[in-house]
Ligand binder design. Structure first.
Ligand code: SF4
Length: 395
């Protein structure tokens, strides 16, 4: 079998296994992308994502990740499952990628199957390393070089058919394949992502400042969310889809045929804030969100986000739960954000709790109480309708 035949048969097998996009690239370093990546790091825009720093020297160098690599298969799976319905009162919104089952669990078995198919084609064992999102590689740059799509101003990879609603994976192989033509086109450059980003996190050069990005804060940030950003979460309980939802490349994308990513397979499109605020322990949190991407936020992160969304959406039914959390929760981040939400929802009746919190054992909570008593919401709540996702439609 020639290298061309092998490459084309591998692609056919990948499509038969359900991958919506498949491309091949070689193992040359990604020099230009590396320079951008280092600029992003040096600007401090990775926030406290330490793994981004620690893997910086290898990310643009596939051979440093695995010296035996000869080619890289880059694979895309569409996860688009439709739009939001009108948000029920007392609910918070989940980013689309997390509606169904966790892609970190769903995709790797099919990567393993594809490697087995390659072995069958070659009639010999092959050595391979595969990653879904969690690998130390500049995967969007590899996907662009493998011809899968262009990179948008919001730094997402944009495919022709599925827009940016795709999960990416890579298989590093010790087999020589024929690389695809790099995608040379730029995105449409209508800058809707920059215009509608609630926090202005997207710079004119297309770098995204994680310190401002709501996806970073609601998913990755393990500590306090800066007070000035809290109102800008709007109703986003986990993640943020705004810059993708407004992108014209993302209009008219077909619904994924991977049922694992449909909302019925996982947590769904929204969650009731009362249910989230009632989660009493890390064990209960893990049991509730096992097999979903929401695990990543941990109980601390999700309850913190729920307190903020309750305040932003004026959900005053949550006040008794927030009072209990502010007074009794063992986690200082949750206590502090519950205080902030109480001040936003009912500053007069919350005053005794805020006064008591001045004597909280943790300095973060004392500082939140002081700020709240000074009237410090630190930022006006933006109306939820300002969020284009709140209508379920991109403008
Ligand atoms: S995910 Fe949200 S906050 Fe982050 S860059 Fe996109 S629109 Fe802005």
């Amino acid at each position: 079998m020639t290298r061309e035949q092998l490459t084309s048969q591998i692609k056919a097998r990948a499509r038969a296994l359900g991958f919506h996009g498949v491309g091949v690239t070689d193992i040359r370093p990604l020099r230009e992308d590396e320079a951008r990546y280092h600029r992003w790091l040096h600007q401090g825009w990775a926030a406290d994502l330490r793994y981004m720093q620690t893997s910086a020297s290898v990310r643009a160098h596939p051979r440093r990740v695995w010296p035996e690599a000869r080619s890289i298969l880059v694979l895309a799976v569409n996860y688009y499952s439709g739009d939001f319905d009108p948000l029920p009162r007392g609910h918070g919104r989940i980013a689309r990628y997390a509606w169904g089952r966790d892609y970190h669990d769903v995709i790797p078995p099919r990567l393993r199957q594809l490697v087995a198919e390659i072995e069958r084609l070659l009639e010999r064992p092959v050595r391979a390393r595969w990653f879904t999102d969690a690998g130390p590689l500049l995967e969007r740059a590899l996907a662009r070089r493998a011809g899968l799509g262009r990179i948008g101003w919001n730094a997402c990879l944009i495919t022709e058919t599925f827009g940016s609603w795709v999960f990416l994976s890579e298989i590093l192989l010790d087999v020589e394949l024929v690389p695809d033509q790099e995608e040379a086109r730029a995105c449409l450059s209508v800058f809707e992502c920059q215009r509608y980003c609630p926090t202005g996190a997207i710079a004119p050069d297309g770098l995204v400042d994680a310190r401002l990005c709501l996806s970073y804060h609601t998913i990755e940030n393990r500590g306090a969310i800066p007070r000035a950003l809290r109102p800008k979460l709007g109703d986003w309980l986990f993640g943020c889809d705004v810059c993708q939802a407004v992108c014209p490349h993302n209009a008219r994308v077909p619904i994924t045929d991977w049922p694992e990513f449909h909302p019925e397979a996982g947590v769904g499109k929204t969650l009731a804030l009362a249910d989230v605020l009632a989660i009493a322990s890390e064990d209960e949190f893990r049991a509730r969100f096992r097999g979903t991407a929401l695990r990543r936020a941990k109980r601390r992160g999700l309850l913190r986000n729920a307190a903020i969304v309750a305040a932003n959406t004026g959900y005053d039914d949550a006040i008794p739960q927030l009072q209990r959390l502010a007074c009794e929760d063992p986690d200082e981040i949750i206590r502090g954000h519950a205080l902030w939400a109480l001040q936003m929802l009912d500053p007069v009746r919350s005053r005794p709790i805020l006064e008591r919190a001045r004597r909280d054992p943790h300095p973060f909570v004392r500082e939140e109480a002081e700020s709240a008593l000074e009237g410090g919401g630190n930022g006006e709540a933006i109306p939820v309708a300002a969020n284009p996702e709140s209508t379920g439609e991109a403008p």
